[in-house]
Design a protein around this ligand. Structure first.
Ligand code: F6R
Length: 604
């Protein structure tokens, strides 16, 4: 989750880029760089470390220019070095990028075969080379840019300068956000409203797949098909843009849409995408014989999803317990146990008390938290951060998927350390995780279909969510989301448990939402759905389009992106979140601040 700024204006650009980058440091701060057009040619200044290091470089070698781009980096591909810092340059092209280009290895091989050499280990540099190569075949930068965008797989926000194109900045987004800022005789591009906050409060949010050409007089915008489009200009408050809803009606919806970014950022903490390996962690998984997770609410469900991965991939027994029960149960613990607290806030009273108790028993402790200075972060011996960024909606969404992503990545690490998965399996699993931000972005395309389903759910008084394997805790999370923001009673069940009681609830007024990725238990889930349909219950099945049709009248399908089973909880999470969101909107409840709830539960 890197930060991006671009300015095409009339005043000195370097100080303005620096001003903006300082506001973006929260997105990443292992290196930073700027590029600006000096006498028709683009020059760069880059530095490892924080923005003040870049300022020192600029003080020694100033950039006298009025058009430029800047970047603050959170390393995904390649170590945090000056060579890997953005902007990257190839021939006439200089650009900055936020996201992951998934097919960079094959593109790099193709470019290398044509004699191109690379100075960094990043995925980004291939985009600069591709565009430079295209510019040799056409005089129209937009035509060349579109050709390049069509070749990229993955998530990106890009800002581009071209030698000889003074005043022009190209931008594009897919998966990662990008905004256009409107000024007087000046235009701006930023990774969020905060980036352009120092210069303007008039913003257009680019939509998925959009690309744009900015010059001092305005912006030409295009959608993914290449058709010219206009995106509305909205007013935001620059100083507080970080905690504003921007283009979204609610924080919850904004945070759902931030998930490709927040998951990617979290994964890059635990995985080395360049080498396709898990990064070493402070815990030696080969030296422990059990994991005990304590958590509450949504974090408890995230941990349960993690449990499937730890046991399956690492052969590591993993217990997950609600912290308010654990802390008073006087559990029997053994010395080889790693106690893990999972929490967005890091302050939840029961989780913190359970962690403290485990520590007092002499157990090794870790805290998987989103607030890195929280009490749990300080209490535990090991800090496992998630990088969801501030979550304002009381109903947790991006913090949940960040927790799931971190736990899946850690389970891969554990599997490697314990000799349960070999190098080929490790590479396959990391590739699956690597693709998950893009698939989460694709999952947003279920929006329309889910909105229609939500219209029906809003009329129900009870809803069942079903799943098997890791989809079982996700079903419980789906039920929790629906309960807490729409106030509709909902339960999540293991699909196989249905006929042991809950099937008695089924009637024509009780919808069942089934989470059914194409995994090794798909057929079993499908037959449970037939049982529901046969009893007249309306069924909504969220499954990939190529999943075989379960026989049964009334089964309504919502097509989810096909994905590796490991990342199915991340992809399907989008569906249960949007379903709850639109149901609540339909009911007119207070989505971001549902009744009786608080974001951080610091009392018992
Ligand atoms: C539900 C939700 C809560 C929290 C729970 C734990 O949407 O947000 O269930 O997950 O209160 O909070 P943290 O993760 O801060 O410990």
């Amino acid at each position: 989750m890197c930060g991006i700024i671009g300015v095409t204006g009339t005043g000195p650009v370097a100080p303005r880029l620096i001003d903006s980058l300082k506001r973006l440091e929260y997105r990443g701060y292992d290196s930073a760089g700027v590029a600006a057009v000096v006498d028709g040619r683009v020059e760069r200044r880059r530095a490892k470390g924080k923005i003040r290091e870049l300022e020192a470089v600029l003080a020694a070698e100033p950039l006298e220019a009025t058009v430029g781009i800047g970047h603050t980096r959170w390393a995904t591909h390649g170590a945090p070095t000056t060579e890997n810092a953005h902007p990257h340059k190839a021939g006439r092209v200089t650009l900055v990028h936020n996201g992951i280009i998934e097919n960079f290895a094959e593109l790099k091989a193709e470019l290398a075969a044509h004699g191109r050499t690379f100075e960094s280990q990043t995925d980004t540099e291939v985009v600069a080379h591709l565009l430079d190569a295209e510019l040799a075949t056409t005089n129209d930068p937009l035509v060349a840019f579109k050709r390049v965008l069509d070749r990229l797989t993955g998530a990106y926000a890009l800002a581009v300068l071209i030698d000889g194109e003074d005043g022009l900045i190209l931008g594009a987004r897919r998966g990662s956000p990008l905004v256009v800022g409107w000024g007087e005789g000046e235009m701006y591009l930023g990774s969020d409203a905060l980036a352009v906050g120092p210069f303007t409060t008039s913003i257009s949010y680019l939509e998925e797949g959009d690309y744009v050409a900015l010059d001092r007089s305005g912006a030409r915008m295009f959608d993914v098909s290449g058709a010219a489009v206009e995106r509305p200009v909205v007013q935001v408050s620059g100083s507080s843009a970080m905690v504003e809803k921007g283009e979204y009606r609610h924080f919850m919806l904004k945070e759902i849409h931030e998930q490709p970014d927040s998951v990617q950022r979290t994964l890059s903490e635990y995985l080395d995408f360049v080498n396709g390996t898990a990064r070493p962690t402070a815990v030696d998984f080969a030296a422990i014989d059990r994991i005990q997770v304590v958590a509450c609410g949504t974090a408890f469900y995230a941990a349960q999803i993690g449990r499937y991965a730890f046991e399956r991939l690492a052969g590591l027994p993993c217990d997950v317990e609600i912290a308010s029960e654990f802390r008073y149960r006087r559990p029997a613990v053994s010395k080889g146990t790693l106690a893990v607290a999972v929490s967005q806030s890091g302050e939840t009273a029961d989780t913190l008390a359970s962690l403290t108790w485990c520590k007092a028993q002499g157990l090794q402790t870790a805290a998987l938290v989103n607030v890195h200075s929280s009490s749990m972060a300080r209490e535990a011996a090991v800090l496992w951060p998630t990088h969801a960024g501030p979550e304002i909606g009381v109903a947790s969404t991006k913090a949940f998927t960040a927790q799931v992503a971190a736990l899946l990545a850690l389970a891969v690490s554990a599997g490697v350390q314990r000799g349960r998965i070999d190098a080929a399996q490790e590479a396959e699993l990391i590739q699956a995780l690597f693709e998950s931000p893009r698939l989460i972005a694709e999952a947003m395309q279920m929006d329309e279909a889910l909105r229609e389903v939500a219209n029906d759910l809003s009329k129900a008084t009870d809803v069942l969510f079903l799943g098997r394997g890791p989809m079982f805790p996700l079903a419980m999370e789906g039920a929790l989301k629906l309960k807490e923001i729409s106030y509709i009673h909902a339960e999540g069940y293991a699909a196989g448990e249905l006929k042991h009681g809950p099937i008695a609830l089924i009637d024509e007024f009780t919808p069942t939402v089934a989470l059914a990725p194409l995994d090794d238990v798909y057929e079993k889930t499908a037959s449970n759905l037939q049982e529901v349909a046969a009893r007249g219950g309306p069924v909504i099945m969220i499954a990939p389009a190529d999943a075989p049709e379960p026989h049964g009248a009334g089964i309504r399908r919502v097509d989810a992106p096909a994905c590796h089973p490991l990342v199915a909880p991340l992809v399907h999470a989008v569906a249960i979140q949007l379903l709850a969101y639109y149901t609540a909107v339909q009911k007119g409840t207070d989505v971001d601040q549902p009744r009786n709830l608080a974001k951080s539960v610091t009392v018992e």
